[in-house]
Design a protein around this ligand. Structure first.
Ligand code: FAD
Ligand code: DHB
Length: 372
């Protein structure tokens, strides 16, 4: 068996790559370890940069996003008992799209199946050979001109690239809930609080997605719904404003890390998305970076220049690494409670809400820098 491009993983990276190459008449086969059902219900990111929303539209998979996604023009930063709005549209003329990763994955999967193209669910890849381009999976082998390693941080492709690793672990994580209740705010709220960070986000007019900072190894069993709501209320409290609760549909803890493997390619193997790099979620960059990688990879497969793939991706990757680290360290309570660090955080937050120059820098990074 042979194909032009073998894609390992049907997350946002693998599915988007499959779609972009389909539109260029390039043959692909996708292998995915989990079931379609599992992939379509794994709750993760929710913020799309405008350029990523545009790419999905251009790829012909933006119709439901445009109908059901919620464009936002900014975010709120909350600290010292005050809530400040950063108006991205006004600052830089760009916004973001609130549309869940689950929905992006559903749209791309449906489009692929409609085109009748191969996608093998519940078929874990066992190994990839960067020299020969052979993918080995349960029950067979596929020979490829190019292998796209889109199998995330815990996949098999990452280990097949001899890479220099850059890493940072954070001593905290996020406990996230999906709740069946209308969001209590008009735009996302990033809250700095002495009890720890909290983030108010949403998935739809009826679904709220809220997070609180917890220990990195926190046991979700210690967080009954009432405790989550109490903590969210304490960290986002504001005079004249109320957080409404509702049934909790999903609850989980996410660890935080920064990771980059350089280079992102070896022989016929090219890594994209979480397989190559991880950011802590505070900057909402993980999914956006994954889509950017495969945009560059698809262009290089079609037009040539694959030797420059890694270098081209890494410029945006490192910008996002810095932004995500910066947002994370500015907003979280640092264990150990160093009062000097806390004053630096508050000063930086104050600067962002009083200096248009500082606000514009955050807005540019958050919505996706144009040139890196
Ligand atoms: P993935 O989405 O991880 O997709 C990889 C796919 O490969 C998976 O479907 C996996 O099953 C499959 N796979 C793995 N191994 C194999 C194998 N051997 N063979 C075949 N298939 C395989 N980002 C944000 O911006 N905001 C968030 O709130 C946020 N929350 C997150 C919560 C969690 C728990 C995690 C893990 C990540 C979160 N992220 C978030 C990051 C964001 O979701 C990722 O950056 C994004 O999913 C990257 O897409 P990807 O396609 O590279 O990888
Ligand atoms: C969401 C996640 C993020 O990491 C973030 O920075 C903003 C929103 C979300 O899941 O909605």
């Amino acid at each position: 068996m042979r194909t032009q491009v073998g894609i390992v993983g049907a997350g946002p990276a693998g599915l988007t790559l499959g779609r972009l190459l389909e539109l260029q008449g390039i043959e692909t086969v996708i292998f995915e370890a989990r079931s379609r059902e599992y992939c379509e219900h794994r709750i993760r990111a929710g913020v799309l940069e405008q350029r990523v929303a545009d790419l999905l539209r251009e790829a012909g998979v933006g119709a439901r996003m445009d109908a059901e996604g919620i464009p936002h023009g900014g975010i709120h930063l909350q600290f010292a008992g005050e809530r400040h709005h950063l108006d991205f549209e006004e600052l830089i003329g760009r916004g973001i799209m609130i549309y869940g990763q689950t929905e992006v994955v559903k749209d791309l999967t449906a489009a692929r199946l409609e085109s009748g193209l191969p996608i093998h669910f519940e078929t874990p890849v066992e190994s990839v050979d960067p020299e020969t381009g052979v993918i080995r999976y349960a029950g067979g082998e596929l020979e490829c001109d190019v292998i796209a390693g889109c199998d995330g941080f815990h996949g098999v492709c990452r280990g097949a690239v001899p890479a220099r690793m850059f890493e940072r672990e954070y001593p905290f994580g996020w406990l996230g809930i999906l709740a069946q209740v209308a969001p209590s705010m008009d735009e996302l709220v990033y809250a700095h609080h002495e009890r720890g960070f909290a983030l108010l986000s949403l998935r739809s007019p009826q679904l709220s997605r809220y997070y609180v900072q917890v220990a990195h190894d926190e046991d979700v069993a210690h967080w009954p719904d009432e405790r989550v709501w109490d903590e969210l209320r304490a960290r986002t409290a504001l005079d004249g404003w109320e957080l409404h609760d509702g049934p909790v549909l999903e609850k989980g803890v996410t660890g935080m890390r920064s990771y980059v493997g350089e280079p992102m390619q070896h022989g016929r193997l090219y890594l994209a998305g979480d397989a190559a790099h991880i950011v802590p979620p505070t900057g909402a960059k993980g999914l956006n970076l994954a889509v950017n990688d495969v945009r560059i990879l698809a262009e290089a497969i079609v037009d040539g220049g694959l030797e420059h793939y890694s270098g081209q991706c890494l410029r945006r990757v490192w910008r996002a690494e810095h932004f995500s680290w910066w947002m994370t360290t500015m907003l979280h309570r640092l264990p150990g409670g160093d009062p000097f660090d806390e004053q630096l955080q508050l000063s930086q937050l104050r600067y962002l809400t009083t200096s248009e120059t500082a606000a514009r820098s955050l807005a540019g990074n958050y919505t996706g820098i144009e040139t890196v």
